[in-house]
Design a protein around this ligand. Structure first.
Ligand code: NAD
Length: 472
């Protein structure tokens, strides 16, 4: 597959590669591949000195086969329409892979958020929401954005507030956006969900002893040496859960200004605090500096998690990449040409359309919570606690032995919202990996997980269109 300068064309090529393994008619495949609605708009922002800047923005709804459509909003200085289309398309396939009943979408504002004051960012975000609402590009049953690169809970709260103000009395209004702060209708576990999902993906890949053997690795995530690029939302949480829950060793972390390495392991929170106070990741106590950040991707390690931006692994650096497993935390971190080189080296690539689907999975849970107007687990927790206690007392009666207070507390805890969210996310990621692996291992024409993922997604979207009766 040749590398294109167009990110969207790269996605189309991935789809074509998988679509060639199906018997679907060209018309249906075209309908699946292309973007249903592309909205590009510009609006003015007045600066304190009276000058006016015109801000470029987009919302792309890739597929209406299921509604609402769903996808993050990115604030980045270089973002363009092609990138938003590519990211919107990836969302369609991602949702299908993890069985989240949404079409794909993506939004963007072409700004460097660091160059604007808080007040300006709020005005930009509220105006963006206003423009989307005017054209029916946002709404709980229409299109539901979420955070992405350069945005977070704060922007989501502004969007929810603007939309609610424009739709007084609409009882489901806050379901117009996910990734909100908890106090504004958010859900526990959403912020960390994408990184946590990357951890589940890596843990599940490592659990297959045969696959690890083929890579020259032992089974299990514990002790695996991991390099993470990007200490933002996805990278930070991927590192955190791989280390805390997987016992993996984070040997290097790369940020814009450089990277640091410590073969004995780094603690992402300490590194984050160091960067916050010193203004740079470099000179972290006990670690070696890697001044050219991108060089960190070439370190000797078991797993590499690119979690910053697209096109970080190219035909240029792919031959020097030594990681045996790559978990694509970011969207499109690798060009198709780089993928070809890595595939020939036998690297296991866990593709973005699956690996970073944890965010949209928990966004789906948040949306359901907003529509049901009740915190997940609120109605059942006491009941479950009581059932667990009854079971414990029966066991005590039958065995003649008593549990101590700590054991009783642990056994009868009853699930809360975070427990439900994490178990739903874990199940989603594990089940999806197993399905993709099954396709990869049983269909001789499928040579990698990315093709398996696109094939799985195309079949599901095609089925939805068939069930709508649009295509045979
Ligand atoms: P973020 O803004 O929170 O973090 C990105 C981090 O990458 C920042 O710390 C930034 O300084 C760093 N970075 C930028 N350029 C870099 C470079 N050249 N080298 C090293 N680090 C660099 O963004 P995020 O939400 O973590 O998103 C990261 C990626 O994950 C994006 O591709 C996004 O589309 C994807 N993603 C995010 C989510 C989500 O829930 N946030 C979900 C799915 C996919």
């Amino acid at each position: 597959m040749t590398a294109h300068t167009s990110f969207f064309q790269n996605v189309l090529d991935y789809v074509d590669r998988a679509a060639a393994l199906t018997n679907h008619p060209k018309g249906l495949l075209d309908q699946i591949k292309h973007c249903n609605s592309v909205y590009h708009f510009e609006f003015p922002l007045r600066h304190p000195d009276g000058s006016v800047e015109v801000i470029k923005a987009w919302r792309v709804e890739h597929s209406h086969h299921k509604l609402p459509t769903k996808g993050g909003i990115r604030y980045a200085p270089e973002v363009n329409e092609d990138e938003v289309k590519a990211l919107a398309a990836l969302m369609t396939y991602k949702c299908a892979i993890v069985d989240v009943p949404f079409g794909g979408a993506k939004g963007a504002i072409q700004i460097d958020p660091k160059k604007y004051t808080l007040d300006q960012l709020e005005r930009i975000t509220r105006r963006y929401t206003h423009e989307l609402a005017k054209k029916n590009f946002i709404g709980p049953g229409v299109d539901v954005p979420a955070p992405d690169y350069g945005t977070g809970e704060r922007e989501m709260a502004w969007i929810a507030d603007t939309y609610s103000a424009m739709n007084p009395g609409q009882i489901d209004a806050i379901a117009c956006i996910t990734g909100k702060p908890l106090s504004q209708g958010g859900i526990r576990g959403r912020k960390e969900a994408t990184g946590r999902g990357c951890f589940y993906a890596l843990r599940e890949a490592c659990a297959h002893a045969d696959d690890m053997k083929a890579l020259g690795l032992s089974a299990g995530i514990a002790g695996k040496k991991v390099v993470v690029q990007g200490l933002g939302n996805v990278g930070y949480h991927a590192a955190k859960f791989c280390r805390e829950e997987g016992d993996a060793i984070i040997i290097a972390i790369a940020e814009r200004e450089g990277a640091i390495m410590n073969p004995n392991g780094l603690n992402e929170e300490e590194v984050f605090q160091h960067r916050k106070t010193k203004g740079s990741i470099l000179d972290f106590p006990g670690a070696t500096n890697i001044p050219n950040s991108i060089d960190a991707l070439e370190l000797e390690c078991d797993a590499l998690i690119p979690a910053a931006l697209e096109n970080q692994i190219t035909e240029d650096n792919a031959p020097r990449i030594k990681a045996r497993i790559i978990v694509e935390g970011a969207n499109g971190p690798m060009t198709p040409g780089a993928e070809e080189i890595l595939r020939q080296k036998g690297t296991l690539i866990i593709p973005d359309v699956y690996a970073n689907a944890g965010g949209v999975t928990v966004s789906y849970f948040e949306w359901l919570k907003n529509l049901s107007h009740v915190r997940v687990g609120r109605m059942g927790k006491r009941y479950e606690q009581a059932s667990e206690m009854r079971l414990i007392h029966m066991m005590e009666t039958l065995t003649g032995r008593s549990f101590n207070d700590d054991q009783l507390k642990l056994a009868s805890k009853g699930p809360d919202e975070l427990d439900f969210v994490n178990s739903g996310l874990e199940d989603t990621m594990v089940v999806a990996y197993q399905r993709l692996r099954e396709i990869w291992k049983t269909d001789a024409r499928v040579h990698d997980l990315r093709t398996a993922a696109f094939l799985d997604a195309i079949e599901k979207v095609a089925r939805a269109y068939a069930e709508l009766g649009i295509f045979p």
